[in-house]
Design a protein around this ligand. Structure first.
Ligand code: C5P
Length: 302
């Protein structure tokens, strides 16, 4: 079976405070986007992972395998089950797009199906939250407000039938470690519109209004230490996009496009300081494809 694992951007990220446990209390808006990794699973006696990117670990350091092991540990019905997992990696590591977390949630959904696990969604959400702060979002998808360390979720329901929001994604050739980004949070430099103002702009569907209310409190600290990020944001704004922000802990930066045509046109330009592509914002239904059967001739296979 196979499953697509769409990544995310944080359209809005306010750091409320640093907590006693070392995590940071957040108020953030996650948004699923297209162009994610693909995970395939074949029935097998043992649990194993292989990956299209030879630089990525395929042992327990890989969140997809950790997710598989965690599911099996919590599900007596799957205690003796295995699977040969293949991860086709497209989302850059250390870019703030949640690629590893999306893979972990994809592994949970895929193996829940393959192993015919009877665990209820609430237990899958618990396992997800243990794997990482933003993994639970990838079981929900679409647009959602997250609080706590990112695991307390509330879907944002946008008016149906509206054309999707289009972004231009620019990933500079630097990787950012999430703990490092939080350690560089500068409360005095952070700030911006409140969540209510951002959500009202998002509900209006007007790209210019949305662009004017973006916020990421981690950006000032990270961009001050990593000039590539400031350069990426500057480049996007110079192309005439109405707004741009870093996503999550970086390093990717997204610009808001007025429509699909502008996103595609800007993404086709040369001279960008990093990897450039158009990105379409997805609804929850689009972001949570059901696992589907596949064969050895699956187009996702390398
Ligand atoms: O939960 P996750 O493993 O993804 O978090 C990685 C690291 O990012 C944490 O150890 C912490 O340093 C930082 N973090 C944080 N506040 C959050 C989420 C992550 O400080 N809300």
């Amino acid at each position: 079976m196979r499953i697509d694992c769409p990544p995310k951007v944080n359209l809005y990220l306010r750091v409320v405070r640093r907590r006693e446990d070392g995590y940071h209390e957040l108020e953030t808006v996650f948004q699923s986007i297209d162009g994610g990794d693909t995970l395939l699973a074949c029935p097998a006696a043992a649990l194993s992972l292989s990956c299209s990117d030879p630089e990525l670990p395929t042992d327990e350091r890989n969140l997809a395998l950790r997710a598989a092991l965690a599911l099996r540990a919590r599900c007596p019905a799957a205690a003796n089950r295995g699977a040969a997992l293949t991860l086709i990696k497209r989302v850059p590591v250390g870019s703030g797009l949640g690629g590893g977390s999306a893979d972990a949630a994809g592994a949970l959904r895929l193996l829940h199906r393959l192993w015919e696990s009877p665990l209820p969604p609430s237990v899958l959400r618990e396992i997800a939250a243990e794997l990482g702060s933003d993994v639970p979002f990838f079981l929900l998808g679409g647009t959602a407000v997250a609080r706590g360390r990112g695991e307390q979720l509330e879907p944002v329901l946008l008016p149906p039938g509206r054309p999707p929001l289009w972004l231009v994604l620019l990933t500079p050739p630097v990787r950012i470690a999430t703990p490092w980004a939080y350690a560089h949070w500068r409360p005095e430099a952070a700030g911006g519109p409140d969540l209510e103002t951002f959500l009202a702009a998002l509900a209006s569907g007007e790209p210019e209004r949305i662009a004017a209310t973006l916020r990421n409190d981690l950006e000032p600290g990270v961009a001050a230490a990593v000039p590539e990020i400031a350069a990426a944001r500057r480049w996007l704004l110079e192309q005439g996009l109405p707004g741009a922000r870093m996503t999550g802990s970086g390093s990717a930066v997204f610009g808001i496009a007025r429509d699909e045509a502008q996103a595609r046109e800007v993404a086709s330009r040369s001279g960008a300081p990093g990897a450039l592509r158009p990105a379409r914002c997805l609804t929850a239904a689009e972001a949570l494809p059901e696992p589907e059967p596949c064969g050895p001739d699956d187009p996702a296979l390398p």
